[in-house]
Design a binder for this molecule. Structure first.
Ligand code: GDP
Length: 593
């Protein structure tokens, strides 16, 4: 008898065709108290199973998924004949302390490989890119994950996606080893990923590369020149010094420490690096092929998203017809947006792809609905806690890209305020907040957090009616602060954001003197000159930090315009288009209760 992780007596009862209440009683006589809807651990199930004559085993979600795929005759770990394996490029993640130059380094590397005549080199940021490096007169590719930092690396690993072969640890020579340097190297070492150290900012006064070597030796990274096996390269990301040497060191380390080979002649399998919803193109995902070759037309499944590869692009914006091992590619054609870290596989046919996706979605939903609790808001969490109604703050996270959602989730889950209250992310996704999210929040008493996204049409009203709390942020740190404060029971909001009104842009006037004027109609409330504003396009916040700089009716400057009237608004922001919504608000002091 097999039950999934987090299963309850009710789940077991259903499987063995028994009455849940009867199982509660049986368990009680065995000396264990549990309700019918409480998740039980393996030992408790084993105890109960022994009494009832079943051998109850708990299956992890991973095992369950593997079994699901096997039921469709998809084997994730087929035996590979050594003869079929060919060398593949290493996949590299850049890590290090904040401000030590990770982003600058990725920029510098991106521009190393600009082939003459190839205008602009890498034109698109698709979440990963490949450059070619000369080593011993041979041009060899290296793949870079374009999200610096160990957060994304760890979040992917947590989902079972081990894409990184080598980590470049950036340490600023004028600063030295810092907390996140150590964190990054711990993560890399835990994942058994070899490290190449880039000692950065050697152009700066006070740079002391030798000190860095000494410091890192204490953490087990012994430089080659001291007899160790870690390559250190002194660079300046800003002045683009020694970038080639660094890339060579990556290849040399890969050759010495790793056997990077894959079979290109089988159905592709790989990982989703990044995914988002694009207005014109639908779900746009960047995938990294781990083995096999992905081709346009292949039916694929990534997490619970599926579809047929309609088109693929590389980081130069060029069309690809196929993508082999370690090749990142932008893929169009999925029906919905997978999460960063979701693995993808090529399915035998469209129907199978869809069935796998549907089954996964059903499994996720079942897991989500496994627990139901009372509704809470960030503000009343402490009261609810006092009454003993809740010990978990359930959150639903929605954001403008899967990377942002992963990062937010990762940071939120790190909040630790002791044992009394835990945090659980019951659902996450990309795009506007939908009615479905609100429904889930109702069932599970969750608070919805929107990161750079807004509710879809009419969803605010539904949330209001259902008493579901929605919070909007554009800075991860602010979200963390609020959630942490709520968990600590210290949230005493003194100021609150009060929505003033919204206007829809109907027409755009370009004026040399005033810039872009948004000819708009006020859809709700009022628009006030000087009010804070955000620009929303299809439910996604394009810019959340604007204000109504000028406001006109006909030719006159006015201080406010009411619902139903037309006006000209200057936001001091150029990227506006017809159909955009300008939402305005002001902060008001909120009386404490
Ligand atoms: P990250 O937080 O690790 O991604 O760091 P950034 O790449 O954003 O760099 C942080 C700051 O350091 C920026 O102001 C960069 O211009 C500066 N910086 C990065 N690399 C160098 C370098 O090699 N030399 C100097 N002088 N400044 C650098």
């Amino acid at each position: 008898m097999r039950v999934r992780q987090g299963a309850t007596l009710t789940d077991l009862a259903e499987k063995i065709n028994a009455n849940p209440a009867a199982l509660v009683t049986v368990l009680f006589h065995l000396g264990e108290m549990a309700t019918a809807t409480q998740s039980l651990d393996e030992d408790t199930f084993a105890l109960l199973g022994a009494e009832l004559g079943y051998n109850v085993q708990i299956v992890s979600p991973e095992d369950e998924d593997r079994e699901l795929l096997e039921s469709f005759d998809i084997d994730l770990e087929p035996d590979e004949d050594d003869a079929n394996l060919v060398p593949r490029p290493p996949v590299v993640t850049v890590m290090g302390h904040v401000d030590h130059g990770k982003t600058k380094l990725l920029d510098a590397i991106r521009s190393t490989d600009v082939v003459a005549g190839e205008a602009g080199g890498i034109t698109q940021s698709i979440g990963a890119y490949q450059v070619r490096v000369n080593l011993n007169d041979e041009k060899r590719p290296i793949t870079f994950i374009d999200t610096p930092g160990h957060e994304a690396f760890t979040a992917m690993r947590a989902r079972g996606a081990e894409v990184t072969d080598i980590a470049i640890l950036v340490v600023a020579a004028d600063d030295g080893v810092m907390p996140q340097t150590v964190e990054a190297l711990n993560h890399a070492q835990a994942a058994n990923v070899p490290i190449v150290v880039a000692v950065n900012k050697i152009d700066k006064e006070g740079a002391n590369p030798d000190k860095i070597r000494g410091q890192l030796t204490e953490y087990g990274l012994v430089p080659e020149e001291y007899g160790g096996d870690t390559m250190f390269v002194d660079i300046s990301a800003k002045q683009r010094l020694h970038i080639d040497e660094l890339l060579e060191a990556v290849l040399l380390t890969a050759d010495a420490a790793l056997d990077l080979r894959a079979n290109p002649d089988i159905d592709a399998r790989g990982v989703t690096i990044e995914a988002k919803l694009d207005k014109g193109r639908g779900a746009v995902s960047t995938i990294l092929v781990e083995r096999g070759t992905l081709r346009v037309g292949d039916p694929i499944v990534a997490g619970s998203a599926y579809g047929r590869v309609r088109a693929m692009f590389n980081e130069h914006g060029e069309n690809l017809t196929e993508a082999g091992p370690a090749r990142p590619a932008l893929v169009l054609g999925l029906t919905n947006v997978p999460s960063a870290g979701d693995s993808f596989i090529v399915a035998p046919d469209d129907r199978t792809a869809r069935q796998i996706a549907d089954k996964r979605e059903a499994a996720e939903r079942a897991a989500l609905l496994a627990k139901r609790r009372k509704r809470v808001s960030l503000e009343n969490l402490t009261d609810v806690l006092k009454e003993g109604k809740v010990d978990t703050l359930n959150l639903i996270l929605k954001g403008d890209s899967s990377g942002a959602v992963e990062a937010l989730e990762d940071s939120l889950l790190k909040i630790d305020v002791g044992d009394e209250v835990a945090l659980r992310v019951i659902h996450r996704g990309v795009g506007a907040i939908t009615q479905n999210d609100v429904n889930l929040a109702t069932v599970d008493s969750a608070v919805i957090i929107g990161f750079n996204v807004r509710p879809a049409e009419r969803v605010s009203e539904i949330a209001d009616r259902e008493g579901v709390d929605m919070k909007f942020y554009s800075v991860i740190y602010n979200a963390i602060e609020d959630v942490e404060a709520a968990m600590k029971g210290m949230l005493k909001p003194i100021y609150e954001e009060v929505d003033l009104g919204a206007a829809e842009i109907r027409q755009i006037f370009r004026s040399s003197k005033f810039g872009s004027i948004a000819g708009s109609i006020v859809r709700s409330g009022i628009i006030k000159r000087g009010a804070k504003a955000r620009l929303v396009r299809d439910g996604v916040v394009i810019n959340g930090d604007l204000s109504i700089e000028t406001l006109r009716r006909e030719k006159d400057d006015v201080t406010e315009v009411r619902e139903g009237y037309e006006c000209g608004i200057n936001l001091g922001f150029k990227d506006i288009t017809e159909g955009d919504v300008i939402e305005t608000w002001e902060t008001r002091e909120k009386p404490r209760d």
